[in-house]
Design a binder for this molecule. Structure first.
Ligand code: GNR
Ligand code: NI
Length: 181
């Protein structure tokens, strides 16, 4: 029998997502000391938040939790979520690919970013088990994007200062408009 997606489970909450240029997005996350029920709840809430926002990934930084936790689901069916806790980059290919990126914290903005084509990452899952993830293509892009968030880095920082300032101005204006509405 097919597993029913659980994103409406009442045990999961949709968390508010910080929007660029919120300075809290530049916080460097601390390692998770212990994968306990608090972390498992955070992971469940991050899955719910990622699916609600129709994202392919989410870093704890984006929900204002500054611990090294990310979730990803790059599957077509939106039914293959996984969590990376305390992810460590073991290897990144010298070969790079240019991909069009977006970010739930930078709504409506898309631009090209050059990243390694393939990566190897070591991380814990939500049961505290160590796993090695080898990824390439879009999955590799997504994991690198999420790991950047944990270092306080948002993808617009790869763009030119001119583009970044235009994005900053545009989003601040939108946020002020939303406040007044
Ligand atoms: O939903 C997302 N889409 C996306 C597209 C291209 C490259 C990276 C991403 S990640 C993003 C969700 C997000 O903001 N994660 O931090
Ligand atoms: Ni993002």
């Amino acid at each position: 029998m097919a597993k029913i997606t659980t994103f409406t489970d009442p045990a999961m909450s949709i968390l508010p997502i910080l929007c660029y240029p919120d300075p809290r997005l530049h916080t460097v996350a601390k390692p998770v000391a212990k994968v306990d029920d608090r972390i498992r709840q955070l992971v469940q809430d991050m899955y719910a938040t990622m699916y609600d926002a129709q994202g392919v990934g989410l870093a704890a930084t984006q929900v204002n939790v500054h611990e090294r936790v990310v979730v990803v689901d790059v599957s077509e069916g939106r039914d293959e979520p996984f969590a990376l806790i305390n992810p460590e980059l073991l290897w990144a290919s010298e070969e790079t690919q240019l991909g069009e990126e977006g970010c739930l914290s930078v709504p409506g903005i898309y631009d090209g970013v050059e990243r390694s084509t393939a990566i190897k990452v070591k991380a814990l899952d939500e049961n505290g088990n160590e796993r090695i993830i080898e990824a390439e293509g879009f999955k590799a892009i997504c994991i690198q994007h999420e790991m950047d968030h944990l270092m306080g880095k948002v993808f617009v920082e790869y763009l030119s200062p001119l583009k970044r300032n235009r994005i900053k101005t545009k989003l601040l204006k939108q946020q002020k408009q939303a406040e007044r509405a």
